[in-house]
Design a protein around this ligand. Structure first.
Ligand SMILES: [Ca+2]
Ligand SMILES: [Ca+2]
Length: 595
């Protein structure tokens, strides 16, 4: 019983070991490949008997999208276990990608069965890419009117098929530029070629468009590309600059003013010729005009000139006119310089005259001082003596003083003046603020010259005014007897009184009477104020040096309107007319001489 079971198991085991397994393997390589449209895809098929029994025959069937591919189908005689065989095939004319499936069917005579296997391979159809690139360089450029613009064109086959032929068309604003157009035989993939061309005569800026048209025989199509380049036409700029230096200067009358003119070509074209015209108040100054041959761009030249004889300030205008042969135009520029003709006027600062009465025909010495802020000026001086005489003053330039002497032939009150002129015609003039008093020493006389400090209230027009007031008087008298034997007095003389702060200048025109008593004199008369009107005056004076005079000269004057009686001036206000004078003189002297 047990033995029979073991036998059965053995039978089963032997039966199992003896069982035949038919198996076939097919592979299709490469698993993936890329081809061009119309190009063939190639495959290697490998058949292997992977079973343990002979396989015969074996049929290999290849399909693309369900359509049998006869070139790749094969009937094999057979393969023993472990045997392998390969073959290759190509399949062309592809236009689109696909997956290609192969099947192997093998007959096993041992088992009386078919065994089968599949494999697949992928084919990707990549289209042809005809591509042309054209570049036009430089992208931007600047040219002058009429100058040519130059370009470099580069054509590159950037695709993967031959391009032949290639036509390059270049246009400016829709107009073909034949100089820059070209027909090229062709370019292989990756190949490149360049050419240059120039296009001239530009007058305005433009953008220039190039197109390349390339034929691809492989695809039977055209491919094209564009590029553009910009040309900026920059006009010529003729420009001249003229400067006149210094911009301001000061000269003495008649002295020359000197200038430096600088001409600069600050444009970008040659200028030739260049004319420089210089004017003062519309009058051409030939010394400062020039004709220059020319200047290249950036070139500069200078010259100097002097122009003299002016006595008044002026502004001097220069203009430069330059011809530009390139543009056929004139360009011009102006500049101006200011000249100040300056001379300081001499200023007389003081006049000194004798402060005591001077006898007629004696030599009177006077002096004056002056300033002139122009160092180095020389001066002349003239004294005017008021009696009609004039005399040249003696000038000391070192001390800026003028001296003079004069002998008056007539007694009187004189106001002298001094005129000082410099060598540029500047003149200053001043009248002395003190009188010269000239008296006739023959016979009896009364004379005085000097000033008082005018007290407050003296001048009725403005009682607050105080300050120096100048007096000068000379009176000559003679005691006579008339036909009846009565004593008479003949009077001659002049009285002047000036209170500068009040603008009051009195001068007598007539004496009425005079009384001399001891050291005191009093007289009355008529005169004018500032050369107008009729005013009465009463003058009292004390000669301090006479017996009873008290050692101090004293002075009083009272002036009033002769018709209205209104008081104008009295330095001893409120005192009676015959009161003794009480105002001591502040300078000068009073002299009473009896016959
Ligand atoms: Ca001067
Ligand atoms: Ca005296």
């Amino acid at each position: 019983m047990v033995a029979s079971i073991i036998l059965v198991l053995l039978l089963v085991l032997v039966g199992t070991a003896a069982a035949a397994t038919p198996s076939v393997l097919v592979t299709k390589e490469p698993a993936t490949q890329t081809v061009r449209p119309g190009e063939p895809a190639s495959f290697t098929f490998t058949l292997t008997n992977t079973g343990d029994v002979d396989l015969t025959p074996i049929a290999v069937l290849d399909y693309i999208k369900g359509v049998k591919v006869p070139e790749c189908c094969k009937n094999l005689t057979g393969l023993t276990p472990g045997e392998s065989t390969s073959y290759t095939c190509s399949h062309g004319g592809e236009t689109e990608s696909y997956i290609n499936i192969v099947s192997a069917f093998a007959w096993s005579p041992t088992t009386g069965t078919y065994t089968a296997w599949n494999d697949s391979a992928k084919v990707t159809v990549v289209p042809w890419n005809p591509s042309i690139l054209v570049t036009k360089k430089p992208v931007t450029q600047t040219v002058r009117p009429g100058e040519p613009a130059s370009f470099t064109f580069t054509l590159t086959n950037t695709g993967d098929v031959d391009l032949s032929p290639i036509a390059v068309l270049d246009y400016i604003k829709g107009v073909k530029v034949p100089e820059c157009c070209k027909n090229l035989t062709g370019l292989t993939p990756g190949e490149s070629t360049s050419y240059t061309c120039s296009h001239g005569g530009e007058t305005e800026s433009y953008t220039n468009i190039v197109s390349a048209f390339a034929w691809s025989p492989t695809t039977g199509t055209y491919t094209m590309w564009n590029d553009s380049a910009k040309v900026t036409v920059e006009p010529w700029n003729p420009s001249i600059l003229v400067t006149k230096k210094p911009a301001t200067q000061t000269v003495r009358p008649g002295d020359p003013a000197s200038f430096t003119f600088t001409l600069t070509n600050n444009g970008d074209v040659e200028l030739t010729p260049i004319m420089v015209l210089d004017y003062i108040n519309g009058v051409k100054i030939p010394e400062c005009c020039r004709n220059l041959t020319g200047l290249t761009p950036g070139g500069s030249t200078s010259y100097t000139c002097s122009h003299g004889g002016e006595t008044k300030n002026y502004t001097n205008i220069v203009s430069a006119h330059a011809w530009s042969p390139v543009t056929g135009t004139y360009t011009m520029w102006n500049d101006s310089a200011e000249v100040t003709v300056a001379n300081a006027i001499p200023v007389i600062t003081s006049i000194t005259v004798p402060m005591t009465p001077q006898a007629v025909k004696s030599t009177v010495s006077v002096s004056g001082t002056f300033t002139d802020s122009d160092a180095g000026d020389t001066h002349t001086a003239l004294w005017t003596w008021e009696d009609g005489g004039t005399k040249t003053g003696v000038v000391n330039e070192a001390t800026k003083t003028v001296t003079g002497t004069y002998a008056y032939t007539q007694a009187g009150i004189y106001t002298i003046s001094l005129k000082v002129s410099d060598n540029y015609g500047g003149t200053g003039e001043l009248a002395a603020d003190r009188y010269i008093v000239i008296y006739d020493p023959k016979g009896g006389y009364v004379t005085g010259n000097g000033y008082i400090n005018s007290p407050a209230g003296a001048f009725k027009g403005d009682p607050t005014l105080t300050g120096p007031a100048t007096f000068g008087f000379t009176s000559k008298y003679q005691m006579n007897t008339n036909k009846k034997g009565a004593p008479t007095t003949s009077l001659q003389g002049t009285t002047a009184f000036q209170f500068q702060l009040a603008g009051l200048s009195f001068r007598s025109t007539q004496y009425d009477w005079m009384v001399v008593a001891g050291p005191k004199v009093m007289y009355k008369g008529t005169g004018t104020i500032n050369k107008k009107g009729q005013y009465a005056f009463l003058l009292s004076a004390v000669d301090g040096q006479l017996l009873g005079g008290g050692g101090t000269d004293k002075f009083r004057i009272k002036i009033w309107d002769k018709f209205t009686g209104l008081l104008v001036y009295d330095n001893q206000l409120g005192a009676k007319d015959d009161a003794d004078p009480t105002t001591a003189i502040a300078g000068g002297s009073i002299i009473i001489t009896k016959p």
